[in-house]
Write a protein that binds this ligand. Structure first.
Ligand code: ZN
Length: 339
């Protein structure tokens, strides 16, 4: 159903795409995930609102995770212009390999932060088990796991038709939507803002009730590959969003919300708490990132290592970037100490 801001939320499994009808066709925010039946579900929801695939002129994509951009190639086949941030452009070429392309650097970085070799092996094995369980449709193997989409989601590589810079406007008929660069969740992540309604299409940057995981990302165009300090960027992106007159959130997951300031503050509170914990641990003396991880999550199963390390290193990065801590490397091992 169309909302008061003239937005049609389209539910596709765990994701939302949003259709914005204008006087001259439709702008769609995020392409939608690509599972069996996703396209039909999309068509049906447009149809129920009196819209047609042929009305869609623009698909604007928040970031290169396949649950947000999986159907981009399909829109291109239908002759629709797919637009995205120029900062994210290269990432779309990875398709479903968006996480996998960097696993070798992830394992190397695990060693650098002090993860014992047997735990890295445990992580690789757990990951393989989860992958096989997922492929075979058995979601019970990896513990409790929510079925997020009706089926496996695919990721077909594509090249965006339009690569937009920060502040670029997508104008169609009587509506305009502004691309706001919001690096963090991914290096080239962006959100879309409609100044006339105060609606923000926040993708995974602000998700009501959830703390978006900043993840590990490596820029493999330089040698050695550079790790992107995602959490400081994420926090800066929150500030950029806060400076806009956002009155309503249309997130990529969970329910739309008008609690914009409260949501931003909730995320900040979580960041402050974690960074305060790290400072306390470091007060007792220098530690490796892995020691900090174990002090924070002592009973962490191997399969969650990557995700949890991404969170802890994110908060370490925040301390380092603010000049509250330093990170030194000796014999291939990182040590963090308070300044
Ligand atoms: Zn994402």
């Amino acid at each position: 159903m169309m909302t008061e801001h003239g937005v049609l939320p389209i539910a596709l499994g765990d994701n939302w795409a949003y259709a914005l009808p204008t006087s001259d066709g439709v702008i769609l925010i995020d392409a939608g995930p690509d599972y069996d039946g996703a396209w039909d579900a999309l068509v049906a929801q447009l149809d129920a609102a009196g819209l047609d695939i042929a009305d869609v002129q623009y698909v604007a994509i928040t970031h290169a995770h396949i649950d947000h951009c999986g159907l981009a190639f399909r829109w291109q086949e239908a002759g629709v212009t797919v637009a995205a941030s120029e900062l994210e452009a290269q990432s779309f070429l990875h398709g479903r390999n968006i996480i996998g392309y960097q696993t070798q650097y992830v394992f190397e970085h695990m060693r650098r932060v002090g993860v014992p070799e047997e735990r890295i092996t445990g992580f690789i094995e757990a990951r393989e088990r989860m992958r096989q369980a997922y492929r075979s449709g058995d979601n019970t193997g990896g513990g409790v796991r929510r079925e997020r989409w009706p089926g496996l989601i695919r990721g077909t590589p594509f090249r965006a038709d339009e690569e937009l810079s920060d502040g670029a406007e997508i104008r169609l008929g009587d509506r305009r939507v502004v691309l706001i660069s919001a690096p963090g969740h991914t290096p080239g992540n962006c959100v879309f803002y409609e100044p006339d309604t105060g609606a923000l299409f926040s993708g995974d940057q602000v998700i009501p009730g959830l703390n978006s995981n900043p993840g590990w990302h490596f820029d493999i165009s330089v040698e050695p590959p550079a790790r992107f300090r995602s959490l400081p960027a994420f926090a800066e992106s929150l500030e950029r969003i806060e400076a806009l007159d956002v009155r309503y959130l249309y997130p990529g997951h969970r329910e739309p919300s008008d609690e914009v300031a409260a949501e931003i503050e909730r995320v900040r509170r979580h960041h402050r708490k974690r960074q305060g914990q790290l400072r306390e641990m470091l007060d007792a003396g220098p530690k490796s990132p892995y020691e900090l991880l174990m002090a924070m999550f002592s009973r962490l199963p191997d399969r969650r290592l990557w995700q949890a390390l991404a969170e802890v290193t994110g908060h370490i990065d925040a301390l380092v970037v603010r000049g509250e801590a330093t990170e030194t490397e000796t014999d291939g091992l990182l040590t963090i100490r308070l300044v």
